[in-house]
Write a protein that binds this ligand. Structure first.
Ligand code: AMP
Ligand code: ZN
Length: 137
């Protein structure tokens, strides 16, 4: 896509700190990392959200994520979070599918990742809504 910044990065029209590239995927350092070693992995195919990708592109993307996250774990000798924002409500700022690989240095490191667990409520209604939507796909 002509105006998409991540398509431009994948075509090397915009410079990036390239970590990995193959036929379907591209990985580079996040320009504003939330932890040292923060990498972004993208498919070369343009789509805004994960479920809009072709099977070939999503399979290639998952393979690249596995490869780069294994390398990150080995290089930095620590665990990592894998994060994929879909839609502005979820914090997506660049509307080309991407996964963040965020190396962690403990649960109290600089990446303030919260998990505000609550009691499960309305489960029958939620399951019914999801099943109805799944039946329409
Ligand atoms: P998200 O909020 O999931 O859409 O994240 C977009 C990410 O892209 C942010 O973490 C940005 O720092 C990163 N980003 C934006 N422009 C660039 C760029 N030119 N090179 C590397 N990372 C970028
Ligand atoms: Zn794009």
């Amino acid at each position: 896509m002509d105006t998409c910044i991540f398509c431009k990065i994948a075509r090397k029209e915009i410079p990036s700190a390239i970590v990995y590239e193959d036929a379907h995927a591209f990985a580079f350092l996040d320009i504003s990392p939330v932890s040292e070693g923060h990498v972004i992995v993208i498919p070369k195919e343009h789509a805004e959200k994960i479920h809009q990708l072709s099977e070939q592109a999503s399979n290639g993307l998952i393979s690249a994520i596995k490869k780069v996250s294994k390398a990150a774990e080995s290089a930095f000798k620590t665990g990592f979070n894998l994060l994929n924002n879909n839609g502005k409500e979820a914090g997506q700022a660049v509307f080309h599918v991407h996964f963040h690989i965020i190396p962690r240095r403990g649960l109290k490191d600089e990446f303030k990742y919260e998990w505000p667990s609550k009691k499960l409520e309305h489960q029958e209604q939620i399951v019914a809504e999801l099943k109805k939507a799944l039946a329409q796909t």
